[in-house]
Every structure is written in C-alpha cells, then in structure tokens.
Write a protein that binds this ligand. Structure first.
Ligand code: NAP
Ligand code: ZN
Ligand code: ZN
Length: 352
C-alpha cells in the first residue's frame, strides 16, 4: 500500500511526554477521503490512552479524536463529499459493517470491535496502529466521516465529535426532555456539553461540580441549579429528586453519593472512564430499583444527528485554543480540572 509521510505529535511510551514525530498515512483508496486537519479537540481519553491508563495502548500513540478539517482529496468512488467540504471525524474510523449493531447504526458497539481513530490496529497498514488528529492530515473511509455545519465556529465545533456525541447519545437514550430533572456530574469537556445539550432538550438541569470556580459559570452554560458536590448539606437537598444522572468524572469518586439522588426507577449513566473500578454498595441500587449504567460515544448516524441538532440550537463547546507545542502543559491542567471547558489545538501550529 502506498503511503505518505506526514508530521504528527505523539508519544512512544506511557511515561514520555508528547513530541513531534513523523507517521505514515495510506494514500486514499477509492472510498477514502483525505482531510486537511484544521482543529483537534483534547479529550481526557487522549491523556488516559497516551499514558496507558486503560492498558493496551499501541505505541507510537498519536491521540486526537475530535477532528475538524477540509476535504483535500477524494477517492474515485466517494459520493458523499467533495473537495473543500468541511468535515469531522470522531472516535471511530471503521467497523465490521455486518454485525447486528453495525446494521442498527450502533457501530460503537460493533461485535468484532470498531476501529478507533487512534491506537487500534490499522487494517490498511498491518502492524501499525491508527493515528489520530494531532497530525497534519488523516485518511478515512467516507462512511465514517461527518458533515460539519457551516453556521458554527469551526474550532468550537471540534469537541462535538467526542464530548458532544458522548453526552448527546445517553441523554437521548434515557429520554431526557421536558418534565425531567437531570443531573450532570463533573463539569469538564463532556460535562459542560451535557449541560448545554440537556438544557436544549428541554430538561431541568442540575450541575454537580467539585470546583467552586465553576459554580456560577455552570448557570451561564445552562444549568438551572448548581451543587457543590463536596458539601454534604447541598447534596442532601437533592436526595431522591433526579430522574437521570450523567456522570462524566475522569477520576475515582463515590458513585453511591450520586445514586442516592435518583428517584425510584432512576438511572445513572457513567460516561467518565476512570482508571480504577468504582465500588457500588448493593443498597445504592436495591433501594429505589435504580439502574447504574454506562454509555460509549454514539453511532455515525447519531453523531450526524447531534451535529445537526447543535447547528439548529447554535450549540458549540466553550474552548481554549492552544498550539500543539502546549499539549503536555494542557494535559497537566486537565488533571487539575483547570480547563474551561475544552482545549482545542490549532493545527496550523504543527504545520508552521
Ligand atoms: P475533563 O475535561 O478532564 O473533565 C473531567 C471533570 O471531572 C473535571 O472537570 C472535574 O469536574 C471532574 N473531576 C476530575 N477529577 C475529579 C476528582 N478527583 N473527583 C471528582 N471530580 C473530578 O475530561 P473529559 O474529556 O470531559 O472526559 C471525562 C471522562 O470521560 C474521561 O474519563 C474520559 O476518558 C471519558 N470519556 C468517555 C467517553 C465514552 O464514550 N464513554 C468518551 C469521551 C470521554 P468538576 O471540576 O466540575 O468537579
Ligand atoms: Zn474523547
Ligand atoms: Zn460490526
């Protein structure tokens, strides 16, 4: 297979900082699109993966799965996109396309497993991992490419490709809407999108944060009420009050304290993916017939639906634009919860 050598930013080991490195991309095959990457969001999953916190990271690791850019070239059989189109790529670049879940538009739960945008075995270049968006360009099958709305700020749209869909999908699945009281836990990249989306769906939104500095801002983002989760008195006021909770916390925390806030038959869906297990007390779910659930990103069609929903409701991410050379510092700040609310890399900084 013919390849092109391009510039990227990544790491060769869990303990090593990210640095500039060269990677190979396949030349577009007939169904592929080559995308010139303009912006890439920084998801906490990038950090978990670069540092091998979930184990199984394939090195060298080039993270980045909140990609927006322009179509630079198209394969002969591409029908859905043309040169210059604004496009996006999220967490998946392929799946088997045949299993029951792929057929149902749930490619994220593909039985043999989907191909992650980064750190998955590359079907086209055997022996190599897939490389993500911290790079000049990417080549993706058109069926896994999203159409980016023209009316939204492009850099602030990048985070929708992961933070947006990961919160949109469970909010839809658990029927969040008018008449529902919904809790969003952990106001980082995912959580702040969760607030905006749940509000736009018509729910009454309660934000739970450990950061005093986000208390007032959560209301600006759309929360009807905000709770400082470290304060047991504030927490106690919400016991048994919420229909649904979305937990987007990236580190160890006490899930039982949040399960206590659900109404009878309420559900808490975990999207945060901490390195270590979260213990659940039996009576946290027995009393009140509660469900403790989880959710992974969203399918391709649902991701397009989310982008179109954001276009209609004028929803983007609140971002801090950085250069690629600041990525290691950005990771350290992510660990401190010190980002309002998503770092986005201006990829011109890699090309320059
Ligand atoms: P993030 O921007 O770093 O936000 C995480 C938030 O969690 C922080 O802003 C903070 O919110 C809270 N938090 C952090 N440490 C905490 C601690 N020790 N105790 C309590 N709260 C703490 O991360 P993100 O990019 O939104 O990602 C969140 C998690 O979702 C990560 O684990 C990521 O890997 C995972 N993820 C999962 C999926 C999926 O498909 N399920 C997709 C994308 C990401 P406050 O300051 O408000 O407390
Ligand atoms: Zn992500
Ligand atoms: Zn499949």
């Amino acid at each position: 297979m013919e390849v092109t050598n391009i510039k990227a930013y990544g790491t060769r080991a869990a303990e090593a900082p990210l640095n500039q490195l060269d990677i190979n991309r396949r030349k577009p095959t007939p169904h592929d699109i080559e995308i010139d990457i303009l912006y890439c969001g920084v998801c906490h999953s990038d950090l978990h993966t670069a540092r091998n916190e979930w184990h199984g990271t394939l090195y060298p690791c080039v993270p980045g799965h909140e990609i927006v850019g322009k179509v630079k070239s198209v394969g002969d059989h591409v029908t859905r996109f043309k040169l210059g189109d604004l496009v996006g790529v999220g967490c998946m670049v392929d799946s088997c396309r045949e299993c029951q879940y792929c057929q149902e538009g749930l490619e994220q739960y593909c039985e043999p497993g989907n191909t992650g945008t980064y750190s998955s075995p590359d079907k086209h270049l055997p022996g190599n991992p897939t490389f993500g968006g911290y790079s000049e360009s990417i080549v993706v099958d058109e069926n896994y490419v999203l159409r980016v709305p023209e009316n939204l700020d492009l850099a602030a749209t990048a985070p929708l490709l992961c933070a947006g869909i990961t919160t949109y999908s469970p909010l839809r699945h658990w029927n969040v809407g008018p008449g529902k009281k919904v809790g969003i836990v952990g106001i980082g990249g995912l959580g702040h999108m969760g607030i905006k989306l749940a509000k736009a769906m018509g729910a009454h939104v309660v934000a739970f944060t450990t950061s005093q500095s986000k208390f007032e801002e959560a209301k600006r983002l759309g929360a009807d009420e905000v709770v400082l989760s470290k304060d047991p008195e504030q927490m106690a006021a919400y016991r048994g009050k919420l229909h649904f909770m979305l937990d987007a916390v990236s580190a160890e925390h006490d899930v039982n304290a949040y399960l206590a806030l659900l109404r009878v038959d309420g559900s808490l869906a975990l999207v945060g993916a901490p390195e270590h297990p979260l213990p659940i007390a039996a009576f946290s779910v027995i009393m009140g017939r509660k469900s403790f659930a989880g959710s992974a990103i969203g399918g391709i069609a649902e991701t397009q639906e989310m982008l179109d929903f954001c276009s209609k409701h004028n929803i983007t991410s609140d971002i801090e634009l950085i250069n690629i050379q600041q990525i290691n510092e950005a990771y350290e700040r992510l660990l401190k919860g010190d980002v309002k609310y998503r770092f986005v890399i201006d990829m011109a900084s890699l090309k320059g």
